[in-house]
Design a binder for this molecule. Structure first.
Ligand SMILES: Cc1cc2nc3c(=O)[nH]c(=O)nc-3n(C[C@H](O)[C@H](O)[C@H](O)COP(=O)(O)O)c2cc1C
Length: 181
């Protein structure tokens, strides 16, 4: 198996060391070449650093506190965003197209995973973040009004070496309908 697939981890602690624009662009390049249904490439990426990135985290904390949201993982994710060096917002560019939606979401997933693997290859830590959904409307309005926020990706130099998280056994997730080879 490709080494980076095995080595990739969700990184939740980052060192205070800047990534270069070239490094982030190389990671974005891996998203650009990802497969997509009918080659629609239904994605747009907005890179936030410093103040704008921290504002996302602050807003998440504010919403959780004000609306008394029970999901504490959102607060944890907000702290991770603060520590990360940059946050890539991933937008879906064709949200009004109901019939292509399911396939497009898969395409975007492929693009995000490519970025995680490219980051791993470059010894850069990444965290795929769904929890930014809590301020979805605001992020859409501020950064890409014609699109829909799908996920975000935090990047930075890792300050931890997490063990692999448990996975289901292959026999739990695969059904062979003929004799195994
Ligand atoms: C769509 C998606 C959304 C996720 N959202 C978050 C998140 O908001 N916060 C977080 O800490 N981790 C998030 N994760 C990371 C998962 O928790 C992590 O991938 C899983 O626990 C397996 O651990 P590993 O990535 O280290 O193998 C997300 C992962 C995916 C694929």
């Amino acid at each position: 198996m490709i080494e980076e697939i095995i080595r990739r981890r969700s990184i939740r602690k980052f060192r205070a060391e800047d990534l270069t624009k070239e490094q982030v662009n190389l990671i974005l390049e891996s998203a650009r070449v990802a497969p997509s249904a009918h080659n629609r490439q239904p994605w747009h990426f907005v890179v936030l650093t410093k103040k704008q990135k921290n504002e996302v985290a602050d807003k998440m904390i504010e919403v959780v506190t004000k609306k008394q949201v029970k999901d504490m993982s959102i607060l944890h994710t907000a702290q991770i965003i603060k520590e990360a060096n940059c946050l890539i917002l991933v937008f879906y560019t064709n949200p009004s197209k109901e019939d292509t939606r399911d396939m497009d979401q898969q395409s975007i997933g492929a693009a995000i995973e490519n970025m995680c693997l490219q980051a791993t290859k470059m010894q850069i830590g990444s965290l795929w973040i769904g929890n930014t959904y809590i301020i979805k409307k605001e992020l859409e309005q501020n950064y890409f009004p014609s699109g829909q926020l799908v996920s975000s990706l935090a990047l930075g130099y890792s300050n931890q070496e997490p063990n692999p998280r448990p996975r289901k056994e292959i026999k739990e997730i695969v059904t062979w309908m003929e004799e195994e080879l």
